[in-house]
Design a protein around this ligand. Structure first.
Ligand code: 13P
Ligand code: ZN
Length: 279
């Protein structure tokens, strides 16, 4: 299968692997296909495949097709053998089942995070029909911060925003956080989808990050921006538990005016302490 979609899906898998965000089979990627993209490959799809249960229910995605990485498959191998590592799945008419209509040619099933991906894609479709990509990775600096920052999306957002002036411009809705939970099921999917109703970044404590985008570049770029800011925060914290200088709430309001952003005031609290991670 050689289409534009396959090339862009592959490119993000390869580049993200090179970033070090995908040890072994870590991370996964999904994409809600456009009708014309399905038509392009229609002749290759096996509609006779058997239906399997989705852990969860996504009625707003009824009858849609998705390109998704396989469970236990390595991001680095997507480029080498796309059909072995990736599937196209179709959701049934009430959003309770899926079938593999293409790919995973040597067996296997879609990512163990399929529930999270589909639940996210469902809320994103309702929010903005163009948001088609959901991407999960294990970037080290972001995950490291989940061991030292409180489980508090407002604090997490504020500390990350402060690290790079571009951050509030790239993700003005801030970051949502999910406390440590068992991955791979419906419960964590529900929590993540709750975040995706309004925000584009969800951090799973002691695990990784979920982001969304209109296309692969946007999703990848968002992961990259958060992870780079996290890396700077890790560097700062390795020197000191305090910031001597930083961007002030008024500074953020000025950015908001300049770039015509709506920055939620809940992230712009006056800090009572200069200790990183304290309000
Ligand atoms: P899969 O190989 O099933 O996609 O799982 C990887 C992962 O990151 C789980 O959170
Ligand atoms: Zn993971």
């Amino acid at each position: 299968m050689k289409t534009e979609l396959v090339s862009s899906f592959t490119r993000i898998c390869t580049e993200a692997y090179q970033q070090g965000w995908h040890e072994r089979n870590g991370g996964n990627l999904s994409y809600r296909m456009r009708e014309k993209e399905v038509e392009e490959v229609r002749d290759l799809l096996n509609e006779e495949a058997k239906w399997q249960d989705i852990d969860g229910c996504v009625p707003k995605l009824a009858n849609e097709y998705f390109m998704v990485t396989g469970s236990g498959k390595y991001m680095k191998n997507v480029q080498r053998d796309f059909a072995d590592n990736v599937a196209i799945i179709r959701v049934n008419e009430d959003g309770t089942k899926y079938k593999i209509v293409w790919g995973l040619v040597n067996g296997g099933r879609p990512t163990s995070e399929l529930s999270s991906h589909l639940m996210n894609l469902e809320v994103l479709k309702q929010r903005d029909d163009g948001l088609r990509v959901v991407y999960h990775a294990h970037p080290a600096n972001t995950v490291a911060l989940t061991f030292v920052l409180p489980v508090d999306g407002e604090v997490f957002t504020r500390e990350i925003w402060e690290m790079e002036t571009e951050c509030p411009v790239v993700f003005p809705q801030g970051i949502g956080v999910v406390p440590w939970m068992v991955p791979g099921g419906k419960e964590i999917g529900i929590k993540t989808a709750e975040i995706m109703k309004r925000q584009n970044v969800a951090i799973w404590y002691h695990h990784g990050m979920f982001v969304c985008g209109h296309d692969f570049d946007e999703a990848y770029g968002l992961m990259e921006t958060v992870e780079k800011a996290a890396e700077m925060l890790v560097k700062v914290m390795s020197m000191s538990d305090r910031k001597l200088n930083t961007v002030t709430p008024e500074g953020f309001r000025q950015i908001a005016r300049q770039y015509h952003l709506q920055l939620d005031e809940r992230y712009l609290y006056e800090k009572k302490s200069d200790k990183i991670g304290e309000r």
